[in-house]
Design a protein around this ligand. Structure first.
Ligand code: ZN
Length: 438
């Protein structure tokens, strides 16, 4: 039994996602370490996520799982002990993967290790050095301009040691092994739109699909960027042939309009479905072709895999000024943007799940619609949801060769309307599912 196909966008969902994001925001995540584990544990309160641990040193294609990084504290202090830059106040203050340091040094020696955004003098940048051993601090340009002592005390109480890379995976089995991959990155510290919005929307989408008894199998991945998706691909190479659709989710909570970046194939079914759903949202949107830059679609769409995986965003990475800075914080997010992003994904899932081919059982001439009580059959549906033209389109194109999505595209109608008309016509006996392979 199909759910009510009419799209809905629930304000309450936006509030639930905001609450989850507020819980996760203060945690110092990275591509490995306890902040990442803590994040996955919080998600386990919402969905039955399985956490996988991959040992440091494991080869994943051309890469190697790095040492695990953990950090307790860090600061730049005056020699009298006053802290000027304090990790406890904002976890962006330390360059991720900084090695431990405990030293007194001159301002001249310190300067090459300081990172600021001169154009945005109040903001703290986000910087990483995962694969080259280094250390550094990020601070606002204004804070740096105020440094005038000859010497400072620097301490980074971090640990870089063999450990594990953690990622979360949720498998929702379907009636077939055809698999839909949904992936988001979980490796950024206190950044809201880039990282937490995708995590929250993916979590709610997983909860939604968990209630569906879906036809497809769904595999949700919560992975550290690049190295996490590579680790998953390396460990699951035998599963990859089953992936029929996939989406990377990121930057879904800002006030910008929706952007879909197509898979490398450009003509995969997911590319067509997302473009169709966006066309009928009734708001501006963009569809862009694939470029080998961005999020984990870079790995899923590398030539050795070439998976049908696109990327759904609002304002893309690097195209909003707050990107990778302390200004990508909770105030950038809008609950209604999160809720609408989720609603669009639910519509995408309903097309993936419910597209099918039907056959008109009365193909010679139009059936005399008035005799079939079609309007009464729709029960509580608004009359405008089931108009005669939609019924006629379905009857005309349901020839065993066109799918409901084909019909929706040809008739310039939203999929859900065509789906509703097909259900009504099946109930009257005018339409029957085309048996696959018959
Ligand atoms: Zn990022």
């Amino acid at each position: 039994m199909a759910l009510d196909p009419r799209p809905s966008c629930k304000e309450a969902d936006g509030e639930v996602m905001m609450a989850l994001i507020e819980t996760l925001f203060p945690i110092c995540r990275s591509i490995t370490g306890n902040g990442l584990r803590q994040t996955l544990r919080v998600l386990q309160d919402h969905i039955p996520l399985r956490v996988c641990e991959v040992p440091s040193g494991t080869k994943v294609f051309d890469w190697t799982i790095p040492n695990e990084w953990n950090i307790r504290d860090a600061h730049i202090a005056r020699l009298d002990g006053t802290r000027i830059v304090d990790f406890a106040a904002n976890n962006l203050h330390v360059v991720q993967y900084s090695r431990p340091v405990d030293a007194t040094m001159s301002l001249a020696e310190l300067r090459p290790h300081l990172h600021t955004l001169p154009d945005r003098p109040d903001w703290i940048p986000y910087r990483t050095s995962y694969y080259a051993e280094n250390w550094g601090f990020c601070l606002s340009h204004n804070e740096m301009s105020r440094l005038s002592d000859d010497e400072y005390h620097i301490r980074i109480d971090s640990q870089l040691a063999p450990g594990h890379l953690s990622f979360g995976e949720l498998l929702i089995p379907g009636r077939t092994s055809d698999t839909v991959l949904v992936s988001c990155h979980v490796c950024h510290p206190s950044l809201a739109n880039d990282n937490l919005s995708g995590i929250a929307v993916a979590t709610m989408l997983a909860r939604h699909i968990g209630k569906l008894q879906p036809h497809h199998t769904y595999r949700f991945l919560f992975v550290p960027g690049t190295i996490g998706s590579l680790a998953w691909l390396a460990l699951n190479e035998h599963e990859i042939g089953r992936i029929t659709h996939g989406l990377v989710l990121s930057c879904l909570g800002d006030g910008g309009s929706l952007t879909y970046k197509q898979s490398r194939r450009g003509n995969a079914e997911i590319d067509r479905i997302v473009a169709h759903v966006l066309r009928h949202v009734g708001e501006p949107y963009q569809v862009r072709s694939f470029v080998p830059y961005g999020y984990d679609e870079r790995q899923y769409c590398s030539p050795g895999f070439n998976l049908p995986v696109g990327c759904l965003m609002r304002t893309p990475n690097g195209e909003y000024s707050e990107y990778h800075s302390s200004a990508d914080n909770l105030s950038l997010l809008r609950p209604q943007s999160l809720a609408q992003s989720l609603s669009v994904l639910q519509q995408i899932v309903s097309v993936i799940e419910e597209d099918a081919v039907y056959r008109n059982r009365n193909p010679k001439g139009e059936p005399q619609l008035g005799r079939y009580g079609l309007y009464a059959l729709m029960g509580g549906a608004r009359a405008s949801d089931l108009d005669q033209l939609t019924l006629l389109w379905v009857l005309n194109l349901a020839d065993g060769a066109h799918s409901l999505l084909d019909i929706a595209e040809r008739a310039a109608l939203p999929f859900w309307k065509v789906r509703m008309a097909a259900d009504a016509l099946v109930a009257t006996g005018l339409l029957e599912p085309e048996l696959v392979g018959a």
